[in-house]
Ligand binder design. Structure first.
Ligand SMILES: Nc1nc2c(c(=O)[nH]1)N[C@H]1C(S)=C(S)[C@@H](COP(=O)(O)OP(=O)(O)OC[C@H]3O[C@@H](n4cnc5c(=O)[nH]c(N)nc54)[C@H](O)[C@@H]3O)O[C@H]1N2
Ligand SMILES: Nc1nc2c(c(=O)[nH]1)N[C@H]1C(S)=C(S)[C@@H](COP(=O)(O)OP(=O)(O)OC[C@H]3O[C@@H](n4cnc5c(=O)[nH]c(N)nc54)[C@H](O)[C@@H]3O)O[C@H]1N2
Ligand code: SF4
Ligand SMILES: [Mo]
Length: 724
């Protein structure tokens, strides 16, 4: 029987139909062609979503490290008893500063998990919370704090005639930039009605192929390219002067700061044609509606904050926002009911939220959270305040954290490591307890996490009022003893005598009071009840989605228009932030990442068939290359004497890896492009052709880390290559 639900591997949350056998096990999946939003779009990973539920690598029981030193099956309730007692003992002896939590990508994709686990951390007053966001695109939050936010939102893709993407490849990552639901088709339609796409990426990506203008710069030079475009927008007279006059401070500072980035100077620094900067400014600035957005490429290559800040400045001086009286394209479905006002939220503090890490006096909690790149060192540094316990939820540190060897050493040092994880990952193998959860097809869910992404960046989230409820459609594997992720935190709270208050939404919405609810700690709420609470006061009640599963678009509700500015609102956006421009000065003074003898640059990329570490152990998803190859331009391969499939060595100033060479004519010469989150445990011998290699081995968490977030240099990293 086929059942309607949502894929939950990545944030696209594609509507799918899952075939379930008589015993309730999911067998196959396909895109839901009747869904008017996605029109059947899904990907190969989604096709194999059922395999994640039935794979032999899936845990059927929780695990605990026994006296033999091996991980052994343990009943879920017993596991919670033991984990609660161990955490409590550590807190009693060392205080809550000895307990840290790492929230990976899946944490944010499961609304009940995010809500209840956060409530548990709040109740314990845990300070040491780390997330994958600080090794992803932390400049977004930092730049937003320096710049302020426009509370009526940005133009959305479907209404725009220009669009600019910096270091992001939405046709593969399906992660924002172009709306998730069928991005290729949306792009095609938008182009048919005249949208001009500009892509800035050192690789001629699947997305760049469709661009009216593709700028292919040296990696790590986005600040130059963006400053150059800003300068041209200003000198070509393309500034939205009325918007700037009414809403923006710092314009003269911005003009002065970008003045030296002439097209010729940018061309030299970025290795491009000067004319491309002039054209990009014209394409972007002269259109009526549009937006520019950046992705991981622009954030991992050394200049996360200033690149994201310049992106916001470009949107702002071109007035790429909705104004009073405009129709709000997506006023929300499952997020908190709110009004949209044509006014700024003034800039707010970037940092100053508490003590720096003990191991890293340069890294303090900032608006993007605590720096995950500092977590391994913080665990390793002995003495007062050392972290004794780590709880990992929906993440895979051994694959994802930069500096894999240090990560391993840190995980081994812990007194207690608890993973909430459905698969026996490299990280789970090192844990003391693995709490085995049900997977999304076995639990109720909804599209809230993806809708809520709109709070993170322009061009994220849904561009239309879309919402879907996803009931449980499969039963957990036979003879399993699993709980939903959130139930583990509820169970720990009960055992530790904690009260839980959960907040609606997954990410807070600027300018909106988040509704909260106190949980009954005696009679456990159901998962459906938790869903009701995380969608409390939503514009469309979740029950309506439950009761009519075919209705997923809510554009026929009363339209919502942008309201005028509050009378007492005097806030202004800031395009002249000195703290941000300090980074542009540093950038201007030369290439601080250059290292003699390392003539190539390693850049990041995503592979279509795997999602970070997810799917790397599923044959059908890994088999295209069997590994994560080291892509190089064919001319570079010839020059080095490498052929397709050769083993080569790639060395950075911090480490060396063996990888499989692969030609990619779409790369700018001088680059090596390797996908992250592959590779086994560095302490155990493994075949790179079968398990791939971890690029985290090349990355340093000590040098070249970004200000405020600590994001290491994970793209544009200097490397050299040699035969394997
Ligand atoms: N060198 C380098 N490193 C990188 C990057 C890079 O480009 N280059 N990219 C970075 C980025 S952008 C990110 S976001 C991070 C990703 O960092 P992580 O989030 O730490 O890594 P993932 O592989 O996404 O981890 C997801 C985990 O969730 C588990 N999981 C799946 N379903 C469920 C579920 O229902 N419940 C629970 N509890 N767990 C589940 C999966 O098995 C998997 O182990 O990696 C970063 N690391
Ligand atoms: N299939 C698949 N989808 C995914 C993921 C996955 O692993 N697989 N991961 C998910 C996650 S966690 C995230 S955060 C998102 C990320 O989504 P995106 O940010 O879109 O990630 P990528 O597809 O890697 O695109 C980054 C691009 O940046 C380019 N780049 C590298 N260095 C530079 C630079 O210095 N400057 C510029 N301008 N470009 C540069 C690369 O060539 C690459 O094309 O994707 C999500 N979706
Ligand atoms: S893009 Fe693929 S992995 Fe992501 S939600 Fe859709 S089907 Fe699942
Ligand atoms: Mo990410």
């Amino acid at each position: 029987m086929e059942k309607k639900t949502l894929c939950r591997i990545c944030t696209a949350h594609c509507p799918i139909l899952v075939e379930v056998d008589e015993s309730g096990q999911p067998v196959s999946a396909r895109g839901d062609k009747e869904n008017p939003h996605s029109e059947g779009f899904f990907c190969l990973k989604g096709k194999h979503f059922p395999d994640l539920h039935t794979s032999p690598n899936r845990l059927r029981h929780s695990l605990a490290r026994g006296s033999s030193g091996r991980l052994e099956a343990i009943a879920a309730e017993e596991a919670m008893d033991a984990v609660a007692a161990r955490i409590q003992a550590i807190i009693d002896e060392h205080g809550t500063q000895a307990v840290a939590v790492y929230m990976g990508t899946l944490f944010y994709q499961l609304p009940q998990t995010a809500a209840v686990a956060t409530a548990w951390m709040n109740s314990l007053r845990l300070r040491l919370r780390f997330g994958s966001g600080t090794i992803d695109q932390p400049g977004k939050q930092i730049a937003a704090a320096a710049h302020g936010q426009w509370l009526a939102g940005s133009h959305v893709f479907d209404e725009c005639d220009t669009w600019m993407l910096v270091g992001t490849n939405p046709l593969v990552a399906i992660s924002g930039g172009i709306p998730h639901a069928n991005p290729a088709r949306r792009l095609k339609r938008a182009q048919a009605r005249g949208l001009q796409l500009v892509v800035i990426d050192p690789r001629r990506t699947e997305t760049a192929r469709h661009a009216a203008l593709h700028i292919q710069p040296r990696p790590g030079t986005d600040p130059a390219v963006l400053a150059g475009i800003l300068r041209e927008v200003i000198s070509q007279g393309l500034v939205d002067e009325a918007f700037v006059r009414d809403n923006v401070d710092g314009f003269q500072t911005l003009r002065a700061e970008v003045e030296s980035f002439t097209p010729e100077r940018v061309a030299r620094r970025a290795g491009i044609e000067a004319d491309q900067i002039v054209r990009a400014a014209r394409l972007f600035g002269s259109a009526r509606k549009g937006a520019v957005t950046a992705g991981t490429g622009a954030n991992m290559s050394g200049w996360s904050n200033i690149s994201e800040y310049l992106v916001l400045c470009l949107n702002t001086i071109c007035g790429r926002y909705r104004l009073a009286g405009d129709l709000v394209a997506n006023p929300g479905v499952l997020t908190t009911r709110r009004s949209f006002k044509a006014q700024p939220l003034a800039p707010y503090p970037i940092d100053g939220f508490g003590e720096p890490l003990r191991s890293r006096p340069d890294l303090s909690p900032a608006v993007c959270g605590l720096p995950t790149s500092g977590l391994a060192d913080e665990i390793l540094l002995e003495g007062d305040g050392q972290i004794k316990a780590l709880i990992t939820i929906g993440g895979n540190p051994m694959r994802a954290w930069p500096d894999q060897k240090k990560t391993r050493a840190a995980l081994e040092t812990l007194e207690l490591h608890v993973c909430v994880e459905p698969h026996l990952t490299d990280t789970a193998r090192l844990a003391d307890f693995v709490l085995a959860p049900k997977l999304p097809l076995e639990t109720p869910g909804c599209s809230l996490s993806t809708e809520n992404l709109s709070t993170i960046s322009p061009a994220f989230g849904y561009s239309e009022p879309y919402g879907q409820y996803a009931p449980p459609v499969a039963t957990p594997p036979p003879d399993s003893d699993l709980r939903e992720d959130w139930e583990f935190f509820y169970g720990l709270a009960q055992r530790m005598g904690l009260d839980l208050t959960i907040a609606a939404g997954v990410f807070p919405i600027a300018g909106v009071d988040t509704p909260t609810s106190v949980l009954d700690m005696e009679n456990k709420p159901s998962s459906e009840e938790i869903l009701d609470l995380v969608t409390k006061n939503s514009r469309i009640p979740l029950d309506r989605l439950r009761n009519d599963r075919d209705k997923v678009l809510f554009g026929d509700e009363d339209p919502v228009f942008v309201e005028g500015r509050d009378e007492d609102n005097e806030a202004r956006l800031d395009v002249g932030s000195q703290r941000m421009f300090e980074e542009l000065h540093e950038f201007s003074s030369g290439d601080r990442f250059e290292r003699e003898g390392f003539e190539y640059r390693l850049i990041s990329r995503r592979m279509a068939n795997t999602f970070n570490s997810v799917g790397t152990d599923i044959e059908a998803l890994a088999s295209r290359y069997g590994t994560n190859p080291a892509f190089m331009h064919p001319d570079d391969l010839d020059r080095e004497g490498f052929a397709r499939g050769d083993l080569i060595r790639v060395a950075s100033p911090h480490g060396e890896i063996e990888a499989v060479a692969w030609p990619d004519k779409d790369l700018r010469p001088g680059l090596v492009s390797i996908c992250h989150c592959w590779g086994g445990d560095p302490k155990e011998p493994s075949d790179v052709r079968k398990v791939g290699i971890n690029t985290g081995l090349l990355i340093s968490v000590e040098e070249d880390c970004g200000r405020f977030s600590g994001i290491p240099l994970m793209s544009a990293l200097p490397v050299r290559v040699a035969p394997g």
